[in-house]
Write a protein that binds this ligand. Structure first.
Ligand SMILES: [Zn+2]
Length: 137
């Protein structure tokens, strides 16, 4: 198994795809997210939730176009589509670090642990019973 970590400074927009070696099967990522103060956020059709301040980890996958997917998460201008888009659009929410991995995303959720704040968040396609792919640490 293999991982690369990127520290993200505020306003920094991109992870360079050249940093991801071609010989590795990069399939998943984690976003390390800071919620500075409690935020009430409407998460698409899931509904409205209060996210307590704290550090969160979101685990996702993209078998193709992983780097583009992560860079999309890092951009602020976009149409809100996934649950995570709604969280990241909130003013007091920032990505502080990104992990790119060769490990299955559900395995990453299990390893990182943490509490579920919103049941089903980012887990629409999850078949391993994670409960939520967003966890508060
Ligand atoms: Zn899962």
């Amino acid at each position: 198994m293999c991982d690369i970590y990127f520290n993200i400074s505020p306003g920094e927009a991109e992870i360079p795809s050249a940093m991801l070696s071609d010989d590795k099967n990069w399939i998943s990522y984690q976003l390390f997210i800071r919620v500075e103060r409690p935020e009430k956020i409407v998460v698409g059709r899931l509904g409205k939730f209060t996210f307590p301040a704290g550090e969160y980890i979101y685990s996702g996958s993209a078998r193709r176009g992983l780097c583009a997917r992560v860079n999309r998460h890092l951009r602020s201008e976009k149409k809100l589509r996934w649950h995570i888009d709604y969280l990241l659009a909130a003013a007091a929410v920032t990505i502080t670090k990104v992990r790119i991995s060769t490990t299955n995303e559900c395995q990453l959720v299990a390893e990182s642990g943490g509490e579920i704040v919103v049941k089903g968040f980012g887990a629409s396609d999850c078949c391993q019973g994670c409960g939520s792919h967003l966890r508060r640490q």
